[in-house]
Design a protein around this ligand. Structure first.
Ligand code: ADP
Length: 367
């Protein structure tokens, strides 16, 4: 059997937690799993830090993994205490009715992260979900422009003595961006604490209400803003956007290790390849791999992560960004279809994380 996060998760379902009688995956004992070439790292959380069942459960986990993937498979464990877990799920009040928070990240700038975040958010709303988008790209907020909302300003109101920021509503989604509060040209001077505290306000004072998905468009790379967000907001998972170019892919690996770092522990839901190929309109069956062929696909395979989408290069994407209308709104174009498929795959991975869907039922883009 192929060693992957999902196949390991499936095996772990066979281990029953003796006191609850439930699989350890459902009893909240297994918090996360990361898979290497020939190794499995399991993060566990027991109700008590000195749980007498910890030993037998770990033994059973090693047994099922080694019998499924070979006795040479190395299994390591990490314990997080219940306290840490509770703190993690300590959601700010403004986000209390937000079911899922998905961070959209990229290793480096210019790969189309904001374009993907905007279209992914609109695509999710087009499938009937309640969606919000936070533009946390404090150093280059582009969401106001992409939504044709540069002139709009969110309303501030006070409710029960609390100040609230009412998001802009456009194309069926709620949007907040630092760009609504500063001139784009001033954004660059927003450094460190100022940027992070402004962002914190958008997240914790935004009047988000009930949402199925809140997408966060992160700044490129790794840094303070990422840390602030993951520490203060219960992020369900991160998706990482890249082009197929080698230099972009190298930065992806850095991004993944940041999210999987023990201090951050945000699961990476998968990779998104943007600017995958170019299809001339007059040759709809041809694909030209301008930035290299299947770079993200191959990397995703190597890292045992799902490839969530492949978005073609299309001049309309550029124009649509400039005219303030996300491309996914043009129904039935190849680009719109690519974004709709992407949204389905992202939601599917979120369902798997939430354990509302069997990992085996997922549909990953065929390689
Ligand atoms: P990032 O957020 O990673 O810095 P942006 O989303 O701002 O990148 O995109 C950078 C530029 O590339 C923008 O001009 C955008 O319109 C363009 N772009 C993004 N994706 C595509 C694509 N698939 N095809 C054509 N142009 C794209």
């Amino acid at each position: 059997m192929n060693l992957s996060k999902e196949s390991v998760w499936n095996e772990l379902r066979k281990v029953i937690h003796p006191s609850s009688g439930k699989p350890v995956t459902d009893a909240g004992i297994v918090q996360n799993v990361t898979v290497g070439d020939n190794s499995v790292h399991v993060i566990l959380s027991f109700p008590r830090s000195t749980d007498p069942l910890a030993g037998p459960v770990k033994k059973a986990i090693v047994q099922v993994i080694q019998s499924a993937f070979g006795t040479g498979t190395q299994v390591t464990f990490e314990n997080v205490t219940k306290k840490e877990v509770t703190e993690e799920s300590n959601q700010p009040e403004a986000l209390a009715q937000v079911k899922n928070i998905v961070a959209v990240a990229s290793g480096k700038g210019g790969v189309g992260k904001s374009t993907v975040a905007a279209n992914l958010a609109v695509a999710t709303a087009l499938q009937g979900y309640r969606v919000g988008l936070v533009d946390a790209d404090v150093y280059g907020p582009s969401v106001p422009k992409m939504f044709g909302a540069e002139e709009l300003r969110p309303v501030l109101k006070t409710e029960n003595g609390k100040e609230l920021i009412v998001p802009i509503e456009k194309f069926g989604i709620k949007v907040l961006s630092i760009g609504f509060f500063v001139n784009a040209s001033d954004a660059l001077i927003w450094r460190g604490p100022m940027a992070t505290s402004a962002l914190r306000q958008l997240l914790t004072q935004g009047e988000w209400g009930e949402l199925d998905y809140l997408y966060i468009d992160l700044p490129p790379g790794t840094g303070d803003v990422h840390l602030t967000i993951v520490q203060e907001v219960p992020v369900t998972g991160a998706v990482i956007v890249s082009t197929p170019q080698h230099v972009a892919l190298a930065a992806v690996i850095k991004g993944i290790s940041m999210f999987e770092n023990a201090a951050i522990k945000v699961p990476v839901l998968g990779l998104i390849e943007n600017m995958s190929y170019f299809t001339p309109p007059e040759l709809p069956d041809r694909k030209y791999y301008i930035f290299g062929k299947h770079g993200c696909r191959n990397l995703a395979e190597k890292l045992k992560l799902p490839l969530l989408g492949e978005i073609p290069i299309d001049e309309n994407i550029c124009q649509d960004s400039d005219t303030g209308r996300p491309s996914v709104l043009e129904q039935n174009t190849p680009v719109a279809k690519a974004f709709m498929d992407l949204a389905l795959h992202v939601m599917e991975q979120v369902d798997i994380r939430n354990k509302t869907m069997e990992p085996t039922k997922r549909v990953i883009i065929k390689h």
